[in-house]
Design a binder for this molecule. Structure first.
Ligand SMILES: NC(=O)c1ccc[n+]([C@@H]2O[C@H](COP(=O)([O-])OP(=O)(O)OC[C@H]3O[C@@H](n4cnc5c(N)ncnc54)[C@H](O)[C@@H]3O)[C@@H](O)[C@H]2O)c1
Ligand SMILES: [Zn+2]
Ligand SMILES: [Zn+2]
Length: 369
């Protein structure tokens, strides 16, 4: 079938809207009519060349849609089911999958992270030439064939445009708090960076019962959004010294938990330096290839600080996504506040420009069919 997609051909160039061909679902695969797709900074890392990638490529990894057809052997979804797309298709067989940590599936390096399906090939093509699918998801196309473990069934009454965000920003942010750090009630939480991922981290901290949620950004409008979501304090790090301000807010040397949701070495170091003794810093933001950080290992041992990472919020998508959708549907998670605008696929480059300017919460593409 023909599909309409935003195609990445080389770094630094705008995506082009093109017609591609999509093969039907193979064994263990699912054809999804993609209703909506958010735009995440992890797409931008590829567009701006901070991360290398095969090309031509269809980006997009934060989608939701309706199952149209299933390949042989698929048992967890059927045509008509509503699904959130997961960008971590997992094999169900490796050590990590069996240990209940599918977000670390051993197969992902050679499959989704290479923008190919679990059998190493692509379903998208143009005039017979393969076109790659970012994270085996490719939600910047109006139809997608994904591995079965990337199509996570959710309840039918959830609005697909809104819950598309569960597929990346929301699962990542809430999961980093609930699954990776397991934030305790009453703790102080610092969130550095208030884009889609950071704002979701703030929501996660509020749900976890954090005593103080301190939001840091360089953009006042993002800080306003953070406050609306429940941040108790906001600091603009362009004009304020975050480390100097923290003792006055927490009454101790720093915070119990710090989450970095940007992907810059300096802000990862800031998150770590902001910890009170015994605190935990979680790296959620992802840096450009090759970047390194500097921390003081004496302070790490002496003050028992923990520095850890979080991939996809340490989520198990079939377990966590339906729960997160329930939180939204039960008015426990103000997901609508993460959305800046809905757009047509033709406006995608403008949405990336807005993200580069740091002006935006999420832009969501509504696909036409
Ligand atoms: N670990 C994971 O599984 C995972 C999943 C999704 C995204 N990510 C990563 O998380 C990061 C954030 O993604 P996003 O989509 O929310 O990005 P975004 O561009 O929407 O948000 C980034 C925010 O950081 C702010 N910012 C930029 N520079 C800053 C600075 N020096 N100091 C303070 N604030 C600053 C911006 O104003 C913006 O609000 C990216 O690196 C992305 O690749 C990681
Ligand atoms: Zn993402
Ligand atoms: Zn696996």
């Amino acid at each position: 079938m023909d599909v309409t997609a935003a195609v990445f051909r080389e770094p630094g160039q705008p995506l082009t809207i093109e017609t591609l061909q999509l093969a039907g679902p193979g064994p263990g695969e699912v054809l999804v009519k993609v209703v909506a797709s958010g735009i995440c900074h992890s797409d931008l890392h590829v567009v701006n060349g901070e991360w290398s990638s095969p090309a031509p490529l269809v980006l997009g990894h934060e989608g939701a849609g309706i199952v149209d057809a299933v390949g042989d052997g698929v048992t967890t979804v059927s045509p008509g089911d509503h699904v959130v797309l997961s960008w971590m298709p997992y094999c169900r067989r490796c050590h990590y999958c069996l240990a209940g940590r599918p977000n670390l599936c051993a197969l992902v390096e050679s499959t989704a992270y290479n923008s190919v399906m679990l059998d190493g090939t692509t379903r998208l093509s143009q005039d017979g030439e393969p076109v790659y699918s970012y994270l085996a998801t490719a939600s910047f196309a109006n139809w997608a064939v994904v591995p079965e473990t990337a199509a996570i069934r959710i309840r039918d009454d959830a609005p697909l445009d809104k819950v598309s965000l569960v597929g990346c920003a929301v699962a990542t942010g809430i999961g980093a708090v609930a699954n990776t750090a397991r934030v305790r009630m009453g703790s102080s939480v610092l969130v550095v960076g208030c884009g889609g991922v950071g704002l979701s981290t703030i929501s996660g901290a509020v749900i976890a019962g954090a005593g103080q949620v301190i939001a840091v950004d360089i953009n006042d409008s993002n800080l306003e959004r953070a406050r609306a979501l429940g941040a108790t304090h906001t600091l603009n790090s362009r004009t304020e010294d975050v480390l100097a301000a923290l003792p006055g807010i927490t009454g101790s040397a720093g915070v119990d938990y710090a989450f970095e949701a940007i992907g810059l070495p300096t802000t990862i170091e800031l998150a770590y330096d902001a910890l009170a003794p015994g605190g935990t810093a979680v790296v959620v933001g992802q840096v450009a290839e090759g970047k390194k950080i500097t921390i003081d290992p004496f302070v790490m041992s002496d003050r028992e600080k923990t520095l850890t990472g979080s991939n996809y919020g340490s989520c198990r998508p079939p377990v966590d996504f339906p729960k997160i959708v329930d939180l939204y549907m039960n008015d426990r998670l103000p997901l609508d506040s993460l959305i800046e605008r809905t757009i047509d696929i033709g406006e995608i480059n403008k949405a990336f420009d807005a993200m580069v300017r740091g002006e935006t919460a999420r832009s969501i593409i509504i696909h036409q069919h």
